[in-house]
Design a protein around this ligand. Structure first.
Ligand SMILES: [Zn+2]
Length: 182
């Protein structure tokens, strides 16, 4: 559970720590705003993933490209954001696009690292869909890198997680990666 009072105290202290006056006009509501924002994030994490359609004997690759996401680097609490590409080979069960989007969001809206986000989405879909295989690729820009000039702005980090057929079958993997790039 998000503790609104703790967040408010912490943000106020943080603002003082960087030499700001937390009581000046623009900042006065900031602790409350940030607390409410994290409450909202928390509520977006809870969704019902259990509604699945049976889809007969369809067993070709399902690919959903370019799911936009926003997350927070857990080292700096600054956003990293970009696109998630998800593919799976069903084994009797598929899920709607909105479920994929929500599952991405539920793992993204918390302090994260891109590698773990990629793995968590893959593990979750593997558990829920029990597909023949699943592949997740994330392309993201990290503000903590772009702002500080450690990397050129717009630098994209790519991570991937492969399960089942995507791991074992080279042709499946290559098809997936080609579709993602194309
Ligand atoms: Zn960072």
């Amino acid at each position: 559970m998000v503790d609104r009072e703790k967040i408010k105290k912490a943000v106020r202290l943080f603002l003082e720590g960087i030499g700001e006056d937390p009581d000046r006009e623009g900042l006065r509501e900031t602790p409350e705003r940030i607390a409410r924002m994290w409450e909202e994030f928390e509520s977006m994490r809870n969704f019902d993933m259990k509604i699945f359609e049976e889809f007969g004997s369809y067993n070709e690759m399902v690919l959903v490209k370019d799911i936009r996401f926003y997350s927070f680097c857990e080292h700096h609490l600054l956003p990293f954001f970009g696109k998630v590409h998800i593919a799976y080979i069903p084994d009797g069960v598929i899920c709607g696009l909105s479920k994929l989007v929500r599952s991405v969001r539920s793992f993204a809206l918390r302090p994260q690292v891109q590698e773990r986000l990629t793995e968590e989405i893959a593990d979750f879909l593997e558990k829920e869909l029990k597909p023949q295989g699943v592949g997740v690729v994330i392309e993201a820009e990290h503000l903590c890198m772009s702002i500080r000039g450690a990397m050129s702005p717009g630098h994209i980090t790519v991570t991937s997680a492969l399960r089942g057929a995507f791991l074992k079958d080279m042709r499946t993997r290559e098809e997936f990666l080609k579709l993602v790039k194309g």
